[in-house]
Ligand binder design. Structure first.
Ligand code: GLA
Ligand code: ZN
Length: 670
């Protein structure tokens, strides 16, 4: 399904129970002024909803529901299960998780439970069911919000036992397990299931068997997901037609969000960039969140209106930035703009986190004014709800590969997955070529260009999927340290890049990591990408031999000077590129531009640097989102196309100039 809401929702986390009642009425007045039409209730209130094991009290929440509904505001109903009440941790200490050192973590934080605790699971799903039963007839509930930012990892004995069961199901025999984890290495063979332990903090956190750690990640992901599913099942019994979500966190390593998205009706996520995060990195995370459900639009569940409290430096979003970044989320597929939080906490660790309503309590603040201005604009976007972002390029992102790559001891501690994803994403971004960030197992046929940065682990079916795509005319790009291991982290014995070797027409003989202060260069050879001269490269240099691939660039230095570092291989009707090193941004922008030019997917509009745009499309039309990230005016040339700006009703064609941080939402009219 593409469309879940019939309003453009604007609002966010609301915690009125932290304040006296008089304030609730004032909140309603302020919400109306700000154009708030949805609030998320009651994210962290388990202890008030269930004061003791056998006692539930929803009366205070009933009152808030009534008030919110009387004011025409809809509700995103949270199950409140991310922080268990103190009585539970006291009576059932096993609810609290155990850390990697075997120490039971004390009660007092949040998302601080053992996901395999039967007690936690029982009480959490029961509360979700009770809430659903109690509120099932409230028409104001538009979406369910289970838990909050899931993510506990636990190493307790219960988890160890469950891990063994999980392994037995997967491997059947202890021999298979020994083989899968290569336990012959260092003589770690096991003979009985009770000798199998979760990875723990031995030798300062060193991992001996990467396959074990990988399985623990998969197992923990499944365990946490089960908690979500148990609540979901209870909710569905009473409210089968209300969409269900949980708020994700972008590039959050502990959970494989592709697996989660299958169980979510609509993806929602919390975007908390640093003030100096490159815009392309923020865009990448939106593209990933949209990619989880193959392009379905998502909810921006949380962002701060002004500042955070938990970063090292919680700088303010400058005037205009909150609006600009909200539109950036929409440009990348968001159908809601929501905040943490509606009113600044009076006390506690989030009291300095930004909110719609400041401690001073009135509307005469910069942040409130900016929020109210945005709140007045967003209803104009109603027709874009459910529209799809159009992308002809894709980047493959794989959580298992991420773990495997970073569990690897060698070749370089500086080799990290997300920065390599960003290296490619930012090159598309700078050329304003929209990308979907998707799973390697997804259908690739709708894309002209597919990139798999550091595809170290090639899981079953992935090589076939990519080859099928290239055979049919696709252009594929991959990089150094790809095609190295299978899903148990066993290294290919077929020469790197293993299963991708024939596709790429190269053999990587050696892998040379560089010291941070060292660099090499790419010397371009004859090519049809429009690249010439030399470019810098760093980090890793694969030493490769062509086995049929055309050499487009060679190394400038080192003992492998003159050997290939950029190649292309014809395969079926398509092409497969190998980038054997980590090139400079200058190379990346030119290389991706050359590739997109060849595939004819460069935008038809020309634009100044710092102008970002994407296109969304649905049955009502095509919408071009144009964002000016510059601190000065900048322009886009719309050629002969004619548009009307949904925000101002002004018509545009030819050159359009945007003020600093300006935004256009242009509907095509010719
Ligand atoms: C997360 C949580 C919120 C709040 C914010 C603060 O996203 O979901 O409850 O703690 O962080 O930035
Ligand atoms: Zn546990």
């Amino acid at each position: 399904m593409d469309k879940f809401f019939d309003k453009f929702y604007y609002g966010g986390d609301y915690n009125p129970n932290q304040f006296p009642k008089e304030i609730w009425y004032e909140d309603m007045r302020l919400f109306k002024l700000a154009g708030v039409n949805i609030v998320t209730l009651p994210v962290f209130s388990w202890a008030s909803l269930q004061p003791s094991e056998n006692e539930y009290d929803f009366s205070w929440l009933d009152e808030i529901f009534d008030l919110v509904e009387q004011n025409g505001i809809d509700i995103c109903l949270a199950t409140s299960t991310a922080a268990q009440p103190a009585w539970m941790s006291k009576r059932y200490p096993e609810v609290c998780p155990v850390d990697e050192n075997g120490v039971r973590v004390k009660h007092g934080w949040r998302v601080n439970f053992c996901p395999n605790s039967e007690v936690y699971r029982h009480f959490a799903s029961k509360l979700a069911g009770k809430l659903a039963e109690h509120y099932k007839d409230r028409k104001s509930i538009k979406v369910w919000h289970i838990g909050n930012e899931y993510g506990p990892v636990c190493y307790c004995d219960t988890c160890a036992g469950k891990f063994r069961e999980w392994l037995k199901k997967k491997y059947k025999t202890i021999e298979n397990l020994n083989k899968a984890w290569n336990l012959q290495f260092w003589g770690h063979t096991v003979y009985d299931w009770d000798e199998v332990l979760p990875p723990s903090n031995i030798a300062g956190g060193k991992i001996v068997h990467q396959a074990r750690a990988l399985d623990y990640f998969r197992f923990m992901n499944d365990s946490v997901l089960e908690c979500y599913l148990l609540e979901k099942e209870e909710i569905r019994k009473h409210t089968p037609n209300i969409p269900i979500t949980t708020n994700l966190m972008g590039t959050y390593k502990p959970l494989d969000y592709f697996k989660w998205a299958k169980e979510m009706d609509i993806v929602s996520w919390d975007s908390y960039p640093r003030a100096n995060d490159p815009m392309s990195n923020i865009a990448m995370r939106h593209d990933l969140m949209r990619g989880l459900k193959e392009g379905q639009s998502f909810m921006l569940m949380e962002q701060t209106p002004s500042q955070q409290n938990w970063q090292a430096y919680n700088s303010l979003k400058k005037p205009g930035i909150m609006r600009l970044w909200s539109y950036q989320a929409i440009a990348h597929g968001a159908d809601t703009v929501m905040f943490f939080q509606m009113r600044r906490s009076h006390g506690g660790c989030e009291k300095f986190h930004g909110a719609l309503i400041a401690h001073v309590g009135h509307e005469n603040t910069r942040v409130f004014r900016e929020c109210a201005e945005l709140g007045a604009e967003l209803p104009k976007l109603k027709e874009i709800i459910g529209s799809r972002v159009k992308a002809k390029a894709a980047i493959l992102f794989d959580w298992e590969n991420w773990h495997a790559l970073e569990l690897s001891s060698g070749p370089s501690k500086d080799l990290k997955y997300v920065p390599e994803i960003n290296r490619y994403h930012s090159a598309f971004y700078n050329n304003n070529v929209t990308v979907d960030v998707i799973n390697p197992s997804f259908d690739l046929s709708k894309y002209d260009v597919v990139v798999a940065p550091v595809l170290y682990m090639v899981r079953e079916g992935v090589a076939e999927n990519i080859k099928e795509y290239v055979k049919n005319g696709g252009t594929f790009i991959t990089t150094f340290f790809s095609g190295i291991v299978d899903e148990n982290d066993y290294v290919t014995m077929k020469g790197y890049p293993g299963e991708l070797r024939d596709l790429l027409g190269i053999w990587a003989e050696e892998i040379d990591p560089l010291f941070p202060e060292d660099k090499n260069g790419i010397v371009m050879q004859e090519n049809d990408l429009g690249l010439s001269g030399e470019y810098e490269c760093k980090l890793i240099c694969d030493i490769i031999h062509s086995e049929g691939a055309k050499v487009l660039g060679v190394y400038k230095d080192n003992f492998y000077m003159g050997m290939p570092c950029l190649t292309v291989n014809e395969y079926g009707k398509g092409k497969a590129y190998y980038v054997a090193t980590a090139p400079s941004a200058e190379f990346m922008d030119a290389f991706i531009k050359g590739i997109c030019q060849q595939k004819n997917i460069l935008p038809k509009y020309t634009f100044d640097k710092g102008i970002e745009f994407t296109e969304r499309e649905n049955e009502h039309g095509k919408y071009l989102f144009v964002l000016n990230h510059n601190t000065c005016e900048a322009s886009i040339d719309l050629a002969d196309d004619k548009f009307v700006d949904l925000l101002t009703s002004k018509e545009y064609s030819g050159k359009a100039t945007l003020p600093k941080y300006g935004v256009l939402v242009l509907k095509k009219i010719n």
